[in-house]
Design a protein around this ligand. Structure first.
Ligand code: PHE
Length: 458
């Protein structure tokens, strides 16, 4: 290898950076609306059970692969078994696809932060504001470019000075902000019913779809099956306790998702006097259309809404930024491992590539809106290919590869370098038996639902 590998300076730096990757738009925006849509408490319960079994197993597997080989996904899989090099390549495609469109949404977030902070809340909360904005050509491109530029600067500074430092600052701020906003939201008039809906499991609403939706969300939220945790694992010190780190990342990720639900569901409940379903629409409209309206109606002075809205979008911005950093770093690290390029050159190449690819997603709501791959906008199309098709395939092949080809011993040994492996049995059973069956189910369901086959709708 041409490059000397840099790394995280401390275990806590690693945990915060990995949690930074995991905590993102998925937690703050996707989790709350899925929870609302799938019956509140029951979704929460299913998600928690999956997180401590399935999420734990896949995450520790990926981080251990990274730390064991000291390589990013392509090299790592190849080193474990030549025949599985393709799996590394496959998983590397995922961040390459996600990074550009994720940054487009990141750009929207900066734009909203800017508008709220500069006192334009009443414009932003108009019904057609969001569609008008994303339909323009230059505005969304401008904010998207800005988002990529900020990400690129941090990645350019390197693992320790850029990523670790940025995460150590942003993650604690993010945790505090979300707590403050959640406390505020649950004390709004009428919010308590929303809290109850959110935390009380209604078992009659449980179905296979609840399980599948929770599982899909888990992959996405924990940044699994896209080589990110392998790359971050490769920067981890050998003496850092792996199992404890994974537990902490999971608590952080799930905790923020839970708090995001507490922040958003009761607020929307209070705003819509109980008419939850209608106001918790899926898609970007929740964050960019409904929430600004909720902020606007808060308190008896516009200042309250403006401040709450600004804090909220600042929180979302930090969450999106630490995730996009991990996406970009993963792509950069794959290219550097492969071609031995310097960090600077690689960052420039990746940033330019992302600008080009992301422009397609950005313009897909405006001048390119009639070009609809598979009947979707470019952004939805890239999201579908990566999350619903590629990620489950990578996760499936990884569980088969480690569970049955190399055997789980290689992960167990790696974990034991730094500590006891307390959940070794659970890990073995889940990786070898439970994971493959479940993932096949997700894969089939996501493909069926996308094409509307058999009248199937998730
Ligand atoms: N885990 C991130 C989230 O919850 C999403 C993400 C996906 C981040 C892919 C990086 C890469 O939003």
């Amino acid at each position: 290898m041409a490059n000397k590998r840099s790394g995280f300076s401390s275990r806590i730096g690693f945990v915060l950076a990995a949690a930074g990757s995991a905590v993102g738009l998925g937690n703050l925006w996707r989790f709350p609306y899925l929870a609302a849509q799938y019956g509140g408490g029951i979704f929460l319960l299913v998600y928690l059970i999956l997180a401590v079994t399935f999420g734990f197993t896949l995450m520790i597997t990926e981080i251990a692969i990274g730390r064991k080989t000291g390589l990013s996904a392509v090299g790592a899989y190849k080193q474990l078994d030549k025949r599985f090099g393709f799996l590394g390549a496959l998983s590397s495609i995922v961040p390459i696809i996600i990074f550009p469109y994720y940054s487009v949404i990141g750009g929207w977030v900066i734009k909203y932060l800017f508008e709220f902070a500069s006192g334009h809340m009443s414009d932003v909360s108009q019904d057609s504001y969001f569609t008008g904005f994303v339909g323009e050509t230059f505005q969304p491109l401008f904010w998207f470019f800005l988002f990529i530029a900020v990400t690129a600067v941090i990645v350019l500074l390197g693992v320790e000075k850029g990523i670790e430092k940025a995460s150590k600052f942003m993650m604690p701020v993010l945790a505090v902000l979300s707590l403050v906003l959640a406390v505020y939201a649950v004390t709004l008039p009428g919010a308590w019913d929303g809290v109850l809906y959110y935390i009380t499991p209604d078992f009659s609403r449980f179905s296979a779809n609840t399980l599948l939706a929770a599982m899909g969300q888990l992959f996405y939220s924990m940044s699994l099956a896209m080589g990110i945790m392998i790359t971050y694992g490769s920067y981890m010190q050998k003496e850092s306790d792996l199992e404890k780190s994974v537990t902490q990342i999971e608590i952080f990720d799930t905790g923020i998702a839970f708090i995001a639900g507490l922040m958003i569901i009761p607020a929307v409940f209070s705003f819509s006097s109980g008419n939850l379903e209608e106001n918790l629409q899926t898609g970007p409209s929740l964050m960019f259309v409904t929430l600004p309206k909720v902020f606007e109606t808060m308190g008896n002075s516009p200042l309250i809404g403006s401040v709450t809205g600004s804090l909220f979008f600042l929180l979302v911005f930090f969450a999106a930024l630490t995730s996009s950093i991990s996406l970009m770093e993963t792509v950069v690290s794959i290219l550097r491992d492969k071609f031995g390029w310097g960090r600077k050159l690689t960052c420039i190449i990746v940033a330019v590539g992302a600008l080009l690819a992301g422009s397609l997603s950005s313009l897909g709501f405006g001048v390119l809106k009639d070009v609809q791959p598979l009947g979707m906008s470019f952004l939805d199309f890239f999201d579908f290919i990566s999350n619903s098709v590629l990620m489950p395939i990578v996760a499936l092949l990884t569980s088969i590869f480690i569970g049955w080809v190399t055997k789980t011993g290689i992960i167990v040994d790696e974990v034991k370098i730094s500590s006891r492996f307390r959940r070794e049995k659970l890990f073995n059973v889940v990786l070898r038996y439970v994971a493959p069956v479940f993932i096949i189910a997700i894969l089939l369901s996501s493909v069926f639902s996308a094409f509307g086959w058999f009248g199937y709708e998730l």
